[in-house]
Design a protein around this ligand. Structure first.
Ligand SMILES: [Zn+2]
Length: 250
């Protein structure tokens, strides 16, 4: 019998049946730290990159696996989203600073509210995308998801989708900004990013909902995609304006 060093349970075997800790806990030494570091990266690679790849090529099947309880091989949604947005923000700023890209609207002395709002949107794109993920989840839930899935389930898979989208933006920034030397803060690149989001969103919901055999599948899918694009456009148009007006009030 072994006594678990974490919770005090007495047991036989390799893992504590009560808390899951390994029975062999080593004293912390340099080799142990080195091994742990190695394990962290190899494990991250398996779980994290595996999750990313699966959400690109089969987002629907991967989401259904995750919801059905196959959780161990995937990164959890919130940490997945935060890791990709974190890397995206760092690389995006590096590319922008290194190649001296700048928002032309911000350099003008007198610009109107709309240009100001647009500049604000592109500067804080990550922040504006979060309410968009929630709203698009609500549309998908009402039009396609319920009653089979509950709203938090749709939000969880949408957060995976949001993280994967930031990975795509990261690749796009490197390709356009660093390789092709295109100003990644320009309106054209922004338009491309909007198109990319619609395409990926459509691919994601198609691959997800085609597997659960809904009645009027195409009507629901297409109206969901159109509604998401429309509401997304309205939100990205007016949220920054609301922000500026709120700022002016304070
Ligand atoms: Zn234990």
């Amino acid at each position: 019998m072994i006594t678990c060093l974490n919770c005090g349970e007495s047991f036989e075997g390799n893992f504590c049946p009560n808390c899951g800790q390994k029975s062999t806990v080593q004293k912390i030494t340099v080799p142990v730290l080195a091994e742990e570091t190695f394990h962290f990266f190899t494990h991250l690679e398996k779980g994290f990159l595996y999750t990313t790849w699966n959400f690109i090529i089969r987002p629907g099947q991967t989401s259904l696996n995750y919801l059905a309880g196959k959780r161990k091989k995937y990164q959890k949604p919130i940490s997945y989203f935060l890791i990709w947005t974190g890397i995206y923000i760092i690389i995006h700023n590096l590319v922008v600073n290194h190649y001296h890209y700048q928002l032309t609207e911000l350099s003008l002395v007198a610009y109107n509210l709309r240009d100001h709002a647009n500049a604000l949107l592109r500067k804080h794109f990550t922040l504006f995308l979060i309410p968009l993920v929630i709203v698009s989840s609500l549309i998908e839930y009402l039009l396609l998801g319920k009653p089979r899935f509950n709203f938090p389930e749709i939000v969880a898979v949408s957060i995976f989708g949001g993280g994967t989208y930031f990975m795509m933006l990261l690749v796009s920034d490197i390709l356009f900004g660093a390789v092709l030397k295109v100003d990644i803060l320009s309106t054209d690149v922004f338009l491309w990013q909007a198109i990319l989001s619609s395409l990926y969103n459509f691919w994601f919901s198609f691959d997800f909902f085609k597997r659960i055999h809904l009645r009027y599948f195409w009507v629901r899918l297409i109206s969901g995609a159109m509604l998401t694009a429309l509401i997304g456009w309205v939100m990205l148009e007016y949220l920054p304006i609301a922000w500026i007006q709120l700022e002016n009030l304070i």
